[in-house]
Design a protein around this ligand. Structure first.
Ligand code: ACM
Length: 641
């Protein structure tokens, strides 16, 4: 009887521990192709033995991982040749027989009570398997210091995973505001956690030239420096001649080599962007004869002044290189010789966006060029320029890439198009059998606000997390082989420091990562928001700032039957309670709970709203003037802001 009881007890303990594992929440971003949970855990021993195949890349990957483990755990971590290893905790191994479905970046990850094994066709796959493993370990694994009282274990699980797209990019604009070498490395560290593999480095613009070109020293002596202004970029006054031009910076070629080498250890390719012919005030400040107007009337390197009229597409200052000046092509040849030598990636991005033709239209040299080459309009002039630039890029052994404006007036023969003004440019280029990277403003612009303008720093547009999550890089009816993938873009006009940079990236770049890595059928908004929340706790450990905008209330102004204001409140995340006040006091969860659209009490001037879950505030309180809602209703009845 005793024996039967003991067996039953044992069975129920096993069942309970199995149920515990089965129910344990696994929160991996981007969502893997398949996850099979099993019972139990692998508990990290106090000496962690990472066993690897003899392979230089694996050695490097394992040594990096070793550091990631040893700081927070305080455990002794060693890397061993597999043949010598006895009690391996973590085994990293390259498949002798390649598994086709895994491709170059996929992996299999198995956690059992005895050990953890990651296998892949290539080292990149092992690297991504380890990024997943980090998300299986307790969140304190991201701690920058020793984390005490943590049970260092990973749930037993079997994961098969590989990316949907080969191009998974994040663009970092270091031209509008300069970010240091260390900040760029930190950016790379953060992006690879979510399996991004391309850093699109926007190195030149009106506000700064950030890459040392040894044959053209003024580009950085002059072009890297402007006048520091804070406030709303695009509205600043033109600096007076006595204001010091000491704000900015640049990367020496040694810095760039160091960053490229660093990125390589994280399986990140760096795509350099030299943005021409527009967005070139910094280059023109250094070498004024590069513009058709010889720099006459120009303002030097821009410092956030209004330099363009966006409504009429008119340039207020000439920030274009001159397509009719042969010296411009000599200049670009010099720049590209050095860029091509520095960057191992196959592609060079040559910009091409927002080239307002105001000063080209006034130029006799451009008129002459048009006559000589039978160019009928300004789009064809830009196309003439782009085709010549493509030839220079190709002469350096690289592939030419540009923003979708390069389609206008005729696409250069081998150009790769980065589609940003929606998906249309990308679709057109793919139909013309050109390779495409999708990065539409509608889903992928991380410089836009992510919450209401009443609480987020003002930018001219909004991209909410939920919209970012709806990014589908492969449009229906387009041949998949031309869509290389996509990326999210972080322009930094309004980003003055790294904390705000992080706030703007996360969590929207989590959404983009999932849109680019995970299988389409795996996407699930509710599940993603839960995993994102779990990731916030990881980011807290890693001291990374992020936005909690997904919990904020959303205001929609409507009209009732009497044409009076009716206010709809909602949230992006499901399952939140919304509380409000009209009497200027701060609402909490004892205030009225929102259920149906609200009419405004007579003479009330302010609606204050906050979201709660399980009796705790989760979103930020937003104070919304009634006058602002009335303004929105009148101006843009359907707009959020
Ligand atoms: C762009 O956003 N101007 C490419």
């Amino acid at each position: 009887m005793k024996k039967v009881f003991f067996v039953l007890l044992l069975q129920s303990i096993i069942a309970a521990s199995f149920a515990q594992s089965e129910n344990e929440t696994i929160s991996i971003i981007p969502e893997p192709v398949s996850i099979t949970k099993a019972s139990g855990h692998f508990v990290l021993p106090s000496t962690i033995n990472i066993a690897i195949d003899e392979n230089k890349d694996l050695q490097m990957i394992a040594e990096t991982f070793q550091k990631q483990l040893s700081v927070p755990t305080g455990y002794n971590t060693i890397v061993n040749d597999k043949t010598k290893s006895g009690n391996a905790s973590i085994i990293l191994s390259i498949n002798k027989t390649k598994i086709a479905t895994l491709g170059d970046e996929g992996y299999n990850l198995k956690v059992t009570p005895d050990n953890i094994t990651i296998t892949a066709n290539k080292p990149a796959g092992i690297f991504y398997g380890l990024q997943t493993l980090l998300q299986l370990l307790p969140k304190e694994i991201g701690s920058k210091t020793l984390a005490k009282n943590v049970k260092w274990e990973a749930p037993c699980v079997s994961i098969t995973d590989y990316p949907r797209f080969v191009w998974r990019g994040l663009m970092f604009d270091v031209a509008r505001h300069f970010f240091t070498k260390q900040e760029v490395k930190d950016f790379i560290d953060d992006m690879v956690k979510y399996k991004y593999n391309i850093l699109h480095w926007h190195l030149t613009d009106d506000e700064g030239w950030r890459i040392e070109i040894k044959s053209l020293p003024k580009l950085t002596e002059v072009g890297a420096w402007n006048v520091k202004r804070v406030g709303y970029f695009g509205t600043f006054s033109v600096p007076t001649p006595d204001e010091p031009r000491n704000y900015g910076g640049f990367y020496t070629q040694d810095d760039i080599k160091e960053i490229i080498q660093y990125a390589k250890t994280k399986f990140v390719n760096i795509l350099p962007e030299i943005d021409v012919p527009g967005h070139s005030l910094a280059a023109i400040a250094a070498y004024p004869d590069l513009s058709c107007s010889n720099g006459v009337g120009n303002i030097g390197v821009a410092s956030g002044e209004s330099i363009k009229d966006w409504k009429t597409h008119t340039a207020l200052y000439d920030d274009n290189l001159c397509p009719a000046n042969e010296n411009v092509y000599v200049f670009l040849d010099k720049v590209l010789t050095e860029v091509a030598k520095l960057f191992p990636f196959d592609y060079i991005h040559m910009g091409g966006d927002e080239t307002f033709k105001t000063f080209w239209e006034k130029s006799d040299a451009v008129k002459e060029l048009m006559k000589k080459n039978g160019l009928k309009d300004m789009d064809e002039v830009q196309s003439y320029f782009e085709k010549r630039v493509e030839k220079i890029v190709e002469s350096k052994g690289k592939k030419f890439m540009g923003w979708d404006e390069i389609l206008e007036g005729g696409l250069a023969p081998n150009a790769i198009v980065m589609s940003w003004r929606g998906m249309q440019g990308g679709i057109k280029a793919a139909q013309m059998q050109h390779d495409v990277v999708m990065t539409p403003t509608t889903f992928a612009y991380l410089d836009y606000m992510q919450s209401d303008i009443m609480i987020d720093p003002k930018v001219y547009a909004t991209l909410r997390l939920k919209t970012a999550y709806q990014f589908e890089p492969l449009p229906d009816g387009v041949d998949a082989k031309f869509i290389k993938g996509g990326q999210a873009n972080l322009w930094t006009e309004q980003i003055y420091n790294t904390r705000h940079m992080q706030y703007m990236i996360w969590p929207r770049a989590l959404a983009t990562a999932e849109c680019l890595w995970s299988q389409k059928g795996k996407k699930n908004w509710d599940d993603f928001t839960k995993r994102t929340e779990a990731n916030f706790e990881r980011m807290d450990q890693q001291q990374i700032k992020y936005s909690r905008a997904m919990f904020d209330p959303i205001f929609t102004a409507k009209k009732d039957a009497n044409d009076s204001l009716l206010i709809e409140l909602s949230t992006e995340v499901n399952g939140l309670n919304i509380y409000y006040s009209f009497d200027n006091s701060h609402p909490d969860n004892f205030y009225p709970k929102y259920s149906t659209p609200l009419s405004v009490p007579k003479e009330s001037v302010m609606l204050k709203v906050i979201t709660y879950r399980d009796g705790k505030p989760v979103g930020r309180q937003i104070d919304m003037p009634i006058a602002e809602l009335k303004r929105r209703l009148k101006l843009k009845p359907d707009a959020e802001n």
